[in-house]
Structures are given as C-alpha cells and as structure tokens.
Design a protein around this ligand. Structure first.
Ligand code: CIR
Length: 262
C-alpha cells in the first residue's frame, strides 16, 4: 500500500486473531505452540500503536475457518485510485476475502485478481508510482500480469523481483518513507531500489526489514533492537511493538493491517 504522507488521515483495517491460528499456513518456520490470549493482547497493542501513529483502526471479525485472518494485508493491495482484491496463493486463505470485499467496497473502486492468478498483498510494495512485486511461492506469473494490467493504465510501473528465501517480498523490503527503504540484501536485489536510499537490516536480524511507515513515523518489531537502534541513529521516529506470537505464524507487521489513506 502507499506510504501515507504526513497529515493524511489513514484508516487501518485489521482483523481478529482467529481461534484457529494454531492451524495457520507455515512455509519457512517449524510449527510452534501459539498462545492465543497473548497473540490477541499483542494484536491489540499493535492496533493501539497504529492509533498512536494517527490511524483510525477498524477491526473485522474472524472465524475458525480462517486461521490466518489476522494477516489481512495479503487479501488486498490498496492504491489511491482503487483497491485490488487478491487471490492468495494459499487456498486456505480464500475464506478471508468476502468480508474484505465488503469493507473495501465503500472506500475504493475494486479490481480483482482472478484464476489462474494468485497474488498475496505481502508481495506488493507500493512506492509512489512504483509497484514492486515478489514472484514467490504465493504470487504467480498470472497474478503479476493481472496486477500489471490493472496498474500500468493508471500510470504505475511494475518491477518483478524473485523471492525464495522468505515468504513475501515485504519480508525482505519495506518503505521507511517516500524515498527510502529498509531491506535485507540477502533476500532481495538491492539494485532494484537504486532510486531509493537503502538502509540494511542488522545482519543478526534478517527478518527486520518489515516495518510500517505512517505519517513520518515507523512501527518496528521489538524483536529487532539492533535494527531499531540503526533506524533511530538515522533520525527515524520509532514506535516498537512486540508481536512474538504472531511471528510464530510467520506474520510480520505490515501483514496485520490494510492502510487506506482518505
Ligand atoms: C501465511 O503463511 O499465509 C500466514 N501464516 C502468514 C502471512 C504473513 N503475511 C505477510 O507477510 N504479508
């Protein structure tokens, strides 16, 4: 989703942690017990942090038929002109879509990724008029071509990046502001971001490249203190959140909201 500018009012759509989160999809992580009550407290703290950053938070509910509901980012790509409802690469996540369609319909015109395309929102990084899209285990060539067919007529340029060592493109790179990114260069090609200032994650924290940027401030996972220090030393204003239980479900910070500038 776009990097909301300072002063823009942002609606953050979030979604309940499913009672079935223990049955979440996992790709790169071994399954570990997840403390549902703690996951819900951490999710609430995440929402409170979004409020601190100036968002209006609206939470959708979720049922036991959608273990990964909390990772609402994967269900849509929100642009200024429209929202693209995705077709997630894991079929177990398709039950998440109808309520997201209902929530987005009053806010944006809708476009849809259709069969045989698959695309996860976590694979799409929007930087101004640039759409960086990860070709991943979740996002296929047909999904990327459909994204291109929707985005290019609106003036977006689509750059495709192969990802293999992490779940989504945004596990490897996210925006710090309109002109800079944080990335793990072992997981994504740095040269694709030559037009942007790049800050590397600390090498001891490979998963630290997923941050949420809102109104000139950053939400950063408390699990990555070295990267937090590095960002603070560069003058970034940071709010830390502990999402350790959600991380066991292979979710990071951007995954837990759809940011909709109004
Ligand atoms: C999944 O594998 O689909 C979930 N367990 C995690 C999704 C995380 N979403 C994201 O990085 N955008």
């Amino acid at each position: 989703m776009p990097t909301p500018a300072i002063g823009t009012r942002v609606l953050a759509l979030t979604r309940d942690v499913s009672p079935a989160i223990a049955h979440c999809e996992l790709t790169h992580l071994p399954r570990e017990p997840i403390d549902l009550a703690l996951a819900r407290r951490q999710h609430l703290a995440y929402e409170e942090a979004l409020t601190t950053l100036g968002c209006d938070v609206r939470r959708l509910d979720a049922g036991p038929d959608m273990p990964d509901s909390v990772f609402i980012e994967d269900t849509a790509v929100v642009l200024g002109e429209l929202a693209i409802v995705t077709r997630p690469g894991a079929p177990a996540r398709w039950a998440e879509l109808p309520a997201v369609v209902d929530a987005l319909a009053p806010l944006r015109a809708l476009a849809f990724i259709r069969e045989p395309g698959t695309l996860d929102g976590g694979d799409v990084l929007v930087m101004g008029r640039e759409l960086f899209v990860g070709r991943s285990s979740r996002t296929n060539a047909a999904g990327i071509e459909q994204l291109r067919a929707i985005g290019e007529p609106l003036g977006y340029r689509v750059t495709v990046l192969q990802t293999s060592q992490c779940l989504h493109l945004k596990s490897a790179v996210t925006a710090l502001d309109a002109t800079s990114v944080i990335l793990n260069a072992a997981w994504v090609r740095r040269d694709a971001f030559a037009a942007f200032a790049c800050i590397d994650v600390d090498s001891a924290e490979p998963s630290a490249a997923n941050v949420v940027c809102i109104g000139g401030r950053l939400l950063v996972a408390a699990a990555y203190p070295r990267t937090c220090d590095r960002l603070a030393a560069r003058g970034h204003d940071i709010v830390q959140v502990d999402t350790s239980e959600l991380a066991k479900a292979e979710g990071a910070l951007t995954c837990c909201s759809l940011l909709i500038p109004r």
